[in-house]
Ligand binder design. Structure first.
Ligand SMILES: Cc1cc2nc3c(=O)[nH]c(=O)nc-3n(C[C@H](O)[C@H](O)[C@H](O)COP(=O)(O)O)c2cc1C
Length: 530
């Protein structure tokens, strides 16, 4: 095994929550010292985007057939809609004197380590250069300008993570959550593009070092040392259905070499009391080099219609995490449950159209209250090999009973698993009071051994699946919540898994939400009324 793969697996092992000890994190939190959730660069020109809040006529069900959605023109106004529906604010919440913003993309602890950038080589749209999106102000900050020369006119979107933002609260385990958030953000972007009749191509061949150079993330003097950004993903936007030319990293590198840079990142935290050096170490070992370009041929699967078919933009803006569930609600209708699960299978629709790798993550479900389905433990395999691989290594007591469903689906055992689900998810009642909760089981060691950076990819895949579940829950008239806090090896113990070949990397829960009436809610962008 390579040194990097060994280091990454050691990081994973060391950041497991155990029933008798949580992964290392700060012993106390000073909320007044929370890193600023909004990064801004001082000394840059800004480009205003038209006021957010435009409702599009595309319905959520239309996203099942994205090729039939009429493409909107590529204008700055529509770019604004794209950015808002992907990374923009969705509401403000207030409790007593505390006020905080929510966004269209979710984030563990609402800390939002993900930053988004545009890279434009299309002078008709924006002066060629790199731009940072500020969700609070809904504007772009021009970080660089360059002459695009005769390079193809394109619009790219890059994503990066400020690990410090997440580590401030979650300590060593934070690197995992940053990756989850990137997966959520990629999926959010893919759904938002589809609402405009556009699509997102993940340029997954790109090396981290190239993304850093193009977006200015490697300009260490522009950042406070402990608040630097790590490059994650780079995508190309397609605003019409016509095929475009091959992507050339060399061309982009050539034009960005002549770039003139502006601005410095403003400090996020007054002080950095706790330090988590393991995060920089694992980040260094999980760096992605340039890889062969991969694109997947996706099947066309017909999904049953969602039961609450809202305008997609409305549904995206209303997405929230449930903080409590009604443990006494009526059973979730089977049709809603089946649509949610079918939406997790690779299909030629968003967000899979922005994903280039075969499924490595499979779903283990703790079913509590779903109509016509006995409570118990179930498995949704997301590829043809998962069952053959998992059967011999999972608990010998499992039934592997085929369940009648529009997809391959197995019952492993019957029983009331509410208490188990809650205990495994760090004793959080959201895992037991819902209609069902689930764990995302990834082929782990073989992937990390093959290429250490795939560690991040596995978490991205989980985050992407989490985003599907968030939106599908809204489309079923219920609500979901991501669960990053769970006792890793206790979950594996319940499944009978004895080594690290398969690991549960993310949990999720869905059901009828209970609102907390003590919280006040305010619209997202009244502070921008110009
Ligand atoms: C990766 C990830 C892990 C999360 N883990 C938990 C969790 O363990 N418990 C919980 O109550 N909420 C969890 N959440 C929900 C976040 O707290 C929530 O997304 C954030 O507060 C923003 O609120 P919103 O989703 O309503 O926009 C998680 C969310 C994400 C994306």
């Amino acid at each position: 095994m390579s040194t990097s793969a060994t280091a990454v697996i050691q990081y994973h092992q060391r950041t497991k929550h155990n029933l008798n000890a949580y992964a290392k994190g700060p012993e106390s939190l000073d909320w007044d010292d929370q890193p600023n959730p909004f990064r801004r660069f001082s000394g840059c020109e800004t480009v205003d985007l038209p006021l957010p809040g435009v409702e599009l006529d595309c319905m959520f069900a239309d996203l099942d057939k994205p090729e039939q959605i009429a493409a909107r023109p590529l204008t700055l106004a529509n770019i604004g809609v794209l950015l808002e529906l992907s990374f923009g604010l969705s509401a403000w919440k207030q409790f007593g004197p505390d006020r905080w913003a929510l966004r269209c993309n979710p984030s563990s602890g609402n800390l939002h380590p993900t930053e988004a950038y545009l890279l434009c080589t299309d002078p008709a749209l924006l002066a060629p250069g790199a731009y940072h999106y500020v969700s609070h102000d809904h504007h772009l900050e021009r970080r660089s300008q360059f002459g695009a020369g005769d390079v193809q006119a394109e619009l790219y979107i890059g994503l990066s993570s400020i690990h410090w933002r997440e580590a401030w609260k979650y300590g060593e385990r934070a690197f995992r959550y940053c990756q989850h958030d990137i997966g959520h953000a990629l999926a959010a972007l893919s759904y938002a593009a589809a609402c405009l009749g556009w699509s997102v191509e993940l340029l997954s061949e790109t090396a981290d070092s190239d993304i850093a150079a193009w977006l200015g993330l490697d300009r260490s003097d522009d950042f406070v040392a402990t608040e630097h950004e790590a490059p994650d993903l780079f995508c190309r936007l397609h605003s019409d259905k016509a095929a475009s030319g091959d992507f050339s990293a060399a061309h982009l590198s050539q034009i960005s070499q002549s770039a003139e840079w502006f601005g410095k990142a403003e400090r996020l935290s007054g002080r950095h009391f706790y330090r988590w050096p393991i995060i920089d170490e694992v980040s260094g070992h999980a760096v992605k080099p340039s890889t062969a370009a991969e694109r997947l041929a996706l099947p066309n699967l017909d999904l049953p219609p969602p039961s609450h078919n809202l305008a997609a933009s409305q549904l995206i803006r209303q997405r929230r995490s449930a903080q409590h569930f009604n443990g006494k609600s009526a059973d979730l209708p089977l049709a809603d449950f089946q649509r949610m699960l079918a939406a997790l299978l690779p299909n030629s629709k968003p967000p899979f159209t922005a994903w280039n790798w075969s499924a490595q993550v499979h779903i283990v479900l703790f079913v509590h209250r779903v109509a016509d389905l006995e409570p118990g433990l179930y498995l949704l395999p997301r590829d043809a090999d998962a069952v053959t691989e998992l059967k011999p290594i999972c608990s010998a007591d499992y039934e592997w009973q085929v369940v009648d469903a529009p997809f391959e689906f197995y019952r492993l055992t019957v029983g009331n698993l509410r208490q188990a689900a809650k205990s495994l998810s760090c004793h959080q009642p959201i895992a037991s009071d819902s209609a069902f909760s689930l764990g995302m089981l990834a082929r782990f060691t073989p992937n990390v051994e093959a290429e250490a950076w795939r560690y991040r990819r596995l978490f991205w895949e989980c985050g992407m699946l989490g985003q599907i579940l968030y939106l599908e829950a809204e489309a079923a008239g219920v609500r979901g919540t991501g669960i990053g806090c769970f006792f890793d090896d206790a979950v594996h113990g319940v499944l009978g898994l004895k080594d690290n070949d398969w690991q549960s990397l993310y949990h999720f829960t869905i059901g009828e939400p209970l609102d907390d009436n003590r919280l006040q809610s305010f619209p997202a962008y009244t502070h921008l009324q110009r």
